[in-house]
Design a protein around this ligand. Structure first.
Ligand code: ADP
Length: 181
């Protein structure tokens, strides 16, 4: 039987490149689908940067604009009853605070893995390029990542399996009445 969340929400996955934002959000998305939830959507940094924010780079001003544009979309979706799973590095505390202020039911998910672990994974080969100076302003190497101080959820992807991380998010949604059994 099809189900919808009790109320809208914006799950905002933040973390270093390679920390596991896309993987864990996709796993949460799949779990929700398996439970027959509808009105759930994904906003992913790599995809958005190929379309909506294609014109932007990685200076602080451009990163802030990237997140501001996405927050506009996330807020409209959530206002219309869609549960949104957003995956963006979103390295700046102030930009995330703006999201929190703007989006009702903003749920911050800190996808936490040590830089050394992310660099070892180097899923997209970007860390090597950043170390070689080919990519400037790379978060964690040549640009800051301001870690969340009070996230609603923290995933330790260096210590947990993808399944455990995804389940943590699902548990949070049930415990906080966004979903009901
Ligand atoms: P990001 O979206 O943060 O750049 P990705 O999801 O593309 O990161 O890559 C994360 C990598 O870490 C993947 O290869 C994934 O299989 C691995 N990984 C290991 N454990 C976890 C976990 N618990 N959650 C998410 N990813 C994990």
């Amino acid at each position: 039987m099809k189900k919808t969340p009790n109320t809208w929400f914006v799950l905002w996955f933040t973390g270093l490149s390679g920390a596991g934002k896309t993987t864990s959000a996709d796993a949460v998305f799949q779990k929700l689908k398996d439970m027959w939830y509808e009105h759930i959507d994904r906003l992913d940094g790599d995809i958005v940067r190929e379309s909506l924010t294609k014109d932007l780079g990685f200076t602080k001003a451009d990163r802030d604009l990237n997140i501001a544009r996405v927050s506009f979309v996330a807020e409209i979706l959530s206002r219309n009853g869609v549960g949104v799973l957003s995956t963006f590095v979103s390295p700046y505390t102030q930009a995330r605070q703006n999201l929190r202020d703007k989006c009702t039911n903003y749920i911050e998910v800190f996808v936490n893995a040590p830089l050394a672990e992310c660099e070892k994974r180097d899923v997209k080969g970007l860390y090597q390029k950043a170390r070689d100076g080919i990519i400037p302003n790379f978060t964690g190497i040549s640009d800051p990542y301001e870690a969340p101080e009070n996230p609603e959820i923290e995933l330790r992807t260096d210590l947990e399996t993808v399944e455990e991380s995804a389940q943590k998010v699902i548990d949070y949604l049930f415990e906080n009445n966004y979903l009901s059994k």
